[in-house]
Design a protein around this ligand. Structure first.
Ligand code: ADP
Length: 391
């Protein structure tokens, strides 16, 4: 464009010749007087600027609104205080609905009467504009990708950190039942032995309880690995889930007793036959029930209700314990997530129980819901489809 403009200026070609030269639709021009009125335009001016009205005699700003408020800049060019004035990426919608991008360049031009004037050269830069637009889009996409990558990295780092915390907590959690087992076993084996039969019985029961607890901890760790590697295969069969619920409650009996909790189990009927994977259902009930017991202070109340509707099995586990804030409810089922109050309390945990429960429930095509109010308690609801009801 500069070359063309220089040619026009230096060789002082008549504007008619210049017009003839502008055969392509790529360039257009206008000659403007000192009061910014348009004296002459090239034939393709109207087409290139997508204007309907005749620009001759109009001021530059009424012909092209982009020049509104640009008098100072134009005056500077007119009086050779500034070599040129340019406007870039001016967009126009063409009659076919497509967008065109124009470049305006204004330079000083002596008029035929030797008065000072201006020369406006317009270049259609649509191709360049589209390329520029594409580049900006690509740049934005790259930026979004980078952000996504940053977020993934952050999540990954957080997960690795949480996994470390989990491992140290899990080993810590395992040490307690293990040292209890070792303590009771050594007492039973000591040279004097435990003479009192009922005390011996109690110790043997404690060993079994602690071994069960250890078993549950190991089960949770093993299943997390399976879930993460997508290796969870369900062995679904019609199961009397009331039986599993009763056994879970029996296993947790010592905690209920120790914390003086009121505990109610309501079964709609016995047996309650539901198609589940026995072992996994056991994990669902154990995790939900032990949470209710854990997060309910001494002398609190825990209720379990199990029933069948026409299409599903519904299990509700309610407590009048600590409760969970709305903000925490959204993150509750994330792996390794513990609420601040749980983390800072002396209640032990590793933040995988609810993640396991949700994943197993979903593998059964079921749903899990939670209703809770801080200070009033929580209710976890599980719904599993009955046979032939899978959606
Ligand atoms: P944890 O081992 O920490 O109990 P979970 O995955 O089972 O891990 O639970 C995640 C978090 O959800 C807990 O740390 C606790 O903050 C909260 N939570 C779970 N169940 C209850 C409940 N019944 N009452 C109050 N808070 C609960």
């Amino acid at each position: 464009m500069t070359v063309l403009h220089n040619t026009l200026n230096q060789s002082r070609l008549s504007l008619d010749v210049a017009d003839a030269l502008l055969k392509t639709d790529e360039f257009a021009f206008a000659v403007i007087d000192a009061s910014f009125r348009i004296l002459k335009v090239s034939n393709n001016f109207k087409h290139l600027t997508s204007t309907d009205h005749d620009p001759l005699g109009l001021t530059l700003e009424s012909a092209l609104w982009e020049f509104v408020g640009m008098e100072d800049e134009l005056t500077a060019v007119l009086h050779n205080k500034s070599p040129k004035f340019q406007l870039q990426h001016i967009s126009r919608t063409l009659s076919d609905g497509s967008d065109a991008y124009l470049h305006f360049e204004v330079t000083a031009q002596k008029l035929q009467n030797h008065q000072p004037g201006l020369f406006l050269l317009i270049q259609d830069q649509t191709e360049l504009g589209i390329a520029h637009q594409r580049l900006t889009q690509q740049k934005n996409k790259l930026y979004l990708l980078k952000n996504e990558l940053d977020n993934t990295n952050q999540t990954l780092n957080h997960t690795i950190k949480m996994k470390d915390v989990f491992l140290s907590m899990a080993t810590h959690d395992m040490r307690n039942p293990l040292s209890a087992i070792m303590g009771y076993a050594s007492l039973l084996m000591s040279t004097n032995g435990v003479k009192d039969e009922s005390a011996r019985d109690e110790m043997l029961h404690a060993i079994i309880d602690q071994s069960n607890h250890l078993n549950f901890l190991i089960d949770d760790i093993v299943i997390v690995d399976k879930l993460k590697n997508g290796q969870l295969v369900l062995d679904i069969e019609e199961t009397a889930v009331d039986d599993i619920l009763t056994k879970t409650i029996e296993a947790l009996g010592p905690i209920i007793e120790k914390k003086h909790l009121t505990f109610h189990l309501t079964l709609q009927q016995e047996p309650l036959l539901v198609p589940v994977d026995k072992q996994r259902f056991w994990q669902i009930t154990y995790n939900l029930l032990s949470n209710s017991l854990k997060y309910t202070p001494d002398w609190g109340k825990v209720e379990v209700n199990a029933k069948l509707t026409k299409t599903k099995f519904v299990l509700r586990v309610s407590d009048n314990g600590l409760g969970i804030s709305k903000e925490n409810l959204a993150k509750l089922f994330n792996i390794y997530y513990r609420t601040d109050s749980a983390r800072t309390s002396s209640i032990s945990g590793n933040g995988i129980g609810l993640y396991i429960v949700k994943t197993i429930v979903e593998a059964h095509q079921g749903d899990i819901f939670v209703e809770s109010t801080v200070g009033e308690g929580s209710t976890f609801i599980i719904e599993l489809p009955l046979l032939g009801q899978n959606t």
